[in-house]
Design a protein around this ligand. Structure first.
Ligand code: SAJ
Length: 412
């Protein structure tokens, strides 16, 4: 069999490696020539544990090739981004472009799987976008068995930082436009997935994926709201959560400076826009979490007002611990908000995973990238934004005499 994967990012590339490692010839397709060139050299354009060795191995064995043209194949996986528009609806333009690139290559018997996180109904749309280009092909229709092309949704659910493990061990949901579509698509995942493969219809699979991330978002919002309440009552939220979590049916997540990444802050909005009048809790959770960076920045600015010309060290810029990804990072929002509110104050930004000033912060003249120890040494106020392992080790003695705002509760 031959497989083509469109989109060689955090999901497409690990999936390509997982399948190539099982002896299947995989062609990775990406519109970005720099990504294609890097993968052809056996290199990985981003940091993810164990991915680099997988890519260089699969490329060296000749099982994985990268190109910008969609080839003919037996199966096609779409793993392109689904960002959101200003009005919080999904931007499906990458998915549509992928479907239209696949369409001319399709032959009867081919399988098309959408992995990109998508609002309910998108898999159906993929099928109609293909049909518009290829009226000669019989596309799957509910209640009918025969079709030339099998179309299904199999949402990714791997955790950045653990992708290469979870891509093998997680259970997978495969939702077909018809039961036969689900069965055909499942055969791809059975090649490498050790978890259970759960077959369902496409819309249920689409909504299940969104629900997983909305569930996490709502639970983080709960923790963030507890943090606000505890702060107002002068009670330590971490102590409260530690105690409450000793109840056998309570498991509260951790408050923080906000919710980042390209999934959890986005996906719940797809539910909200699918059912605007009904998704009240989900919308409120989004608003609570989006408000967090502002609250943290306001607290820091208030503390800074006590000094004449304070130096503020902000530890952590990535969207979460021990990754190098700064997309949708609340820590970056916090640093930017502080720098904007206090233009005369020097803000030292520290992150062992970030070497260049992130694009989002380039406009501020009062932010400098620094090494952790120098920054902490010089700072009057130390703000911990990301619980990277090296930060945990910063000794309490180094923080003595300084104002410390630990948004992640690692130094308590
Ligand atoms: N966060 C908190 N408190 C917590 C947990 C997380 O503030 O207790 C913050 C993190 O710092 C980060 C954000 O939430 O800014 C999201 O981090 P995460 O580790 O919860 O999740 P992601 O975005 O790395 O990956 C999620 C995962 N979804 C779930 O756990 C339900 C992953 O399995 C999905 O595959 C991924 O989204 C995705 O691509 O959809």
């Amino acid at each position: 069999g031959r497989l083509a994967i469109l989109g060689l990012g955090y999901i497409g590339l690990p999936t390509a490696v997982a399948i190539a490692t099982r002896g299947i010839d995989v062609t990775g397709v990406d519109i970005n020539p720099a990504i294609v060139a890097a993968i052809c050299r056996g290199e990985v354009p981003f940091v993810e544990p164990d991915l680099a060795v997988g890519v260089s191995g699969a490329v060296a064995m000749g099982r994985l090739v990268a190109t910008s043209e969609v080839p003919e194949a037996d199966a096609f996986i779409i793993a392109v981004p689904t960002p959101f528009n200003e009005d919080h609806t999904a931007d499906l333009s990458y998915v549509k472009a992928a479907a239209e690139q696949i369409a001319p290559r399709l032959k009867p018997g081919n399988i098309v799987v959408l992995e990109s996180t998508s609002p309910p109904g998108t898999t159906e749309m993929v099928s109609s976008w293909i049909a518009a280009v290829r009226p000669d092909l019989k596309m799957p229709r509910d209640g009918e068995n025969g079709a030339d092309i099998y179309v299904a949704h199999c949402p990714e659910r791997v955790l950045p930082g653990r992708i290469m493990i979870e891509i093998i061990t997680n259970d997978r949901v495969v939702g077909g436009l018809t039961p036969l579509c689900a069965e055909k698509a499942a055969s791809i995942y059975r090649l490498f997935a050790q978890g259970e493969i759960l077959l369902t219809d496409a819309a249920s699979a689409e909504l299940a994926k969104l629900v997983e991330n909305a569930y996490r978002d709502v639970n983080i919002a709960f923790a963030n709201e507890l943090s606000l309440i505890s702060e107002a009552l002068h009670i330590d939220v971490w102590e409260v959560i530690r105690l409450a979590n000793r109840h056998p049916r309570v498991s509260i997540l951790s408050p923080g400076p906000g919710v980042g990444g390209h999934c959890i802050p986005v996906d719940p909005w797809f539910i909200v826009s699918a059912a605007p009048g009904l998704a009240k809790l989900i919308r409120t959770a989004r608003e609570v979490n989006d408000r967090r960076p502002h609250h943290v920045a306001e607290q820091v600015v208030m503390k800074a007002k006590r000094f004449h010309a304070p130096t503020i060290a902000c530890l952590g810029l990535t969207f979460k611990a021990n990754v190098d990804d700064v997309r949708e990072s609340p820590a970056i929002d916090v640093v930017g908000l502080i720098a904007r509110a206090l233009p005369d104050v020097e803000v030292l930004a520290v992150d062992p995973y970030v070497e260049k000033m992130p694009r989002q912060l380039a406009e501020y003249g009062n932010i400098r990238l620094e090494q952790a120890y120098d920054a902490v040494e010089r700072a009057d106020i130390v703000v911990l934004l990301v619980e990277h392992d090296p930060f945990r080790a910063i000794r309490h003695t180094r923080l003595g005499g300084k104002i410390v705002y630990d948004t992640r509760g690692v130094w308590r």
